[in-house]
Design a protein around this ligand. Structure first.
Ligand code: HEM
Length: 206
């Protein structure tokens, strides 16, 4: 059964909608951004109605993603504050990746890796948004040196962010039972007990 009444609630509908807006915008931005970055990816502009439309739409989708990201950031930053347990988790992450999760410290709603990624994405999104405005020549981009600086920062941070999101999506698929949290908003008790035991105790009182 996909959903059980005993499942635990992890996300509200509005949090999931917020996240999906970010995810969809991110994919559209990566596809159109890569098309501007290298001629090999240029055919991707066809997905947006041609090169001119891709060029017009990309920054507007970027603004939408930035707004949605900073909303989710405001919602989740408190719960993503690093604690000693998270540092311990990060130190032992290698053991877990190689198949031994017996010594991993109990985790709250998010583990050290998720928290580290959260703050890294906050830095990336800030840089992407600021540099994006600098190179948006239809409305901004007043100074050519700033446009040049913005273009370097925007492309370098985009490459880093694409790598981070690949890790994020891979981890969501790798840890079975996680992706459904973003579809239905719920996770099984077994999942919570296995991966986020401190959060499991907190929400169930057990
Ligand atoms: C594009 C495909 C994406 C997929 C399939 C995906 C999947 C997921 C899943 C399953 C979770 C829940 C993890 C959990 O509750 O333990 C999650 C959480 C989250 N995702 Fe994504 N995601 C995607 C893109 C993004 C993007 C582009 C961003 C931001 C730039 C993002 C930011 C977040 C944040 C902030 C959380 C909450 C975790 C935290 O606060 O530490 N996601 N994602």
């Amino acid at each position: 059964m996909i959903r059980d009444p005993k499942d635990l609630k992890r996300y509200t509908a509005s949090e999931r909608a917020n996240h999906w807006v970010i995810g969809i915008c991110f994919i559209l931005l990566a596809l159109s951004g890569l098309a501007f970055f290298h001629p090999a990816f240029f055919p991707l502009t066809m997905l947006f109605g041609g090169a001119v439309w891709a060029r017009i739409l990309h920054p507007f989708i970027g603004v939408l993603m930035a707004i949605a990201f900073f909303i989710i950031f405001a919602r989740f930053w408190k719960i993503n504050r690093m604690s000693k347990v998270d540092v311990e988790w990060l130190k032992r992450a290698n053991e877990m990746v190689t198949g031994d999760d017996h010594n991993m410290p109990e985790q709250g709603k998010y583990n050290g890796g998720q928290k580290a990624l959260f703050w890294s994405l906050g830095v990336c999104m800030t840089l992407m948004t600021l540099s994006g405005f600098l190179i948006w020549r239809a409305y901004f981009g007043f100074d050519i040196n700033l446009v040049r600086l913005g273009a370097v920062v925007h492309s370098a941070v985009a490459a880093v962010m694409i790598a981070f999101i690949m890790v994020h999506v891979y981890a969501a698929i790798w840890v079975k039972g996680t992706v459904r949290a973003m579809w239905y908003g719920t996770v099984t008790r077994a999942w919570a007990k296995q991966h986020h035991r401190a959060w499991y105790r907190q929400v169930t009182g057990k």
